[in-house]
Write a protein that binds this ligand. Structure first.
Ligand SMILES: Nc1ncnc2c1ncn2[C@@H]1O[C@H](COP(=O)(O)OP(=O)(O)OP(=O)(O)O)[C@@H](O)[C@H]1O
Length: 280
């Protein structure tokens, strides 16, 4: 039996399967971005399916979708961490997979659930991230202090990252993503496990960055947060883009949460299906 899901492009066009080329005037332009895991096997999975997206410079873009919708996979292909099966990811006119070194210099990335060099202290980790980007020591030292302060980590700057809580790890990784002041920030679930005071500080920092012309892409499950914080939003489900645009265009007159549930469907009537789940 053939597994048609393994091949997202069954018609084998000769040229690329997108109508217009990537837009190099955008902060991010995705064309036909596709990831098939374990192609040609029974476990074959199309995690991201011909994603097209335009992110203008200065946008604060939210990426929302259910668990397993393909957000992390899409962001990993955009940031040079996971090679696409097909399609193009462009950052400020730089093709991420043709010129990944230059593309990576242009972005700050907070990957999902990844911490590197656990034995370094918070200060060492952020310092290392800065030096790795070719910055001079004095500037790195100044920015590291500023960032650790903004993340409420000054008191723990000397503690090894392996002893940090989940929220503290998230914050120190965010500081490491910001230290070289990139034009584009790509942040996977930046507020997960972060306390409300730190979240408010980070939100303010990111909004200031976007107001100054920087571009931010965040993935999140928290619709209320996206509605309040972002000016644009993209909804993905099953690897496909369901809607994208300004938050007001996407949600129209409703709340983003209601629009999201309408778009992706799938509300289960838990009360009926789990009727056994009742305290006796
Ligand atoms: N390395 C992998 N091998 C096989 N399948 C994978 C792999 N990584 C992700 N997937 C599958 O791809 C789909 C998309 O996963 P992804 O992590 O991108 O979702 P997500 O939208 O980030 O989800 P969440 O909100 O739960 O973090 C899921 O069905 C997942 O099981």
């Amino acid at each position: 039996m053939s597994h048609t899901t393994a091949d997202p492009h069954p018609h084998h066009q000769s040229g690329p399967p997108w109508a217009t080329p990537p837009d190099s005037s955008m902060a991010v332009s995705l064309r036909g971005l596709t990831k098939v895991f374990s192609p040609g096997t029974e476990r074959s999975k199309v995690a991201v399916n011909r994603l097209n997206l335009e992110v203008p410079h200065g946008a604060f873009y939210g990426l929302v979708g259910r668990n397993g919708a393909g957000k992390t996979t899409a962001l990993s292909m955009l940031t040079g961490l996971l090679r696409p099966t097909e399609g193009v990811a462009m950052v400020s006119g730089i093709d991420v997979w043709a010129d990944s070194r230059r593309a990576k210099m242009a972005m700050g990335v907070l990957p999902d659930g990844m911490t590197f060099f656990e034995r370094l202290s918070g200060r060492q980790l952020v310092t290392y991230a800065g030096l790795l980007r070719g910055m001079d020591r004095a500037t790195v030292a100044q920015r590291t202090d500023d960032l650790l302060g903004a993340m409420d980590l000054s008191d723990d700057a000397g503690t090894p990252v392996q002893d940090y809580s989940a929220g503290m790890r998230k914050k120190v990784m965010l500081a490491a993503a910001l230290v070289h002041a990139p034009g584009l920030l790509v942040l996977d679930e930046p507020f997960e496990a972060v306390d409300p005071v730190s979240a408010a500080n980070i939100r303010e920092l990111l909004q200031g960055f976007a107001r100054a012309g920087g571009t931010v892409i965040v993935s999140s499950h928290v619709m209320d947060l996206v509605q309040r914080m972002c000016d644009h939003v993209a909804v993905v489900d099953n690897g496909r883009l369901l809607a994208a645009g300004t938050v007001d265009q996407v949600r129209r007159e409703k709340s983003l949460e209601d629009t999201f549930v309408d778009l992706v469907g799938g509300r289960t009537h838990v009360g009926e299906e789990l009727s056994w789940l009742r305290p006796r």
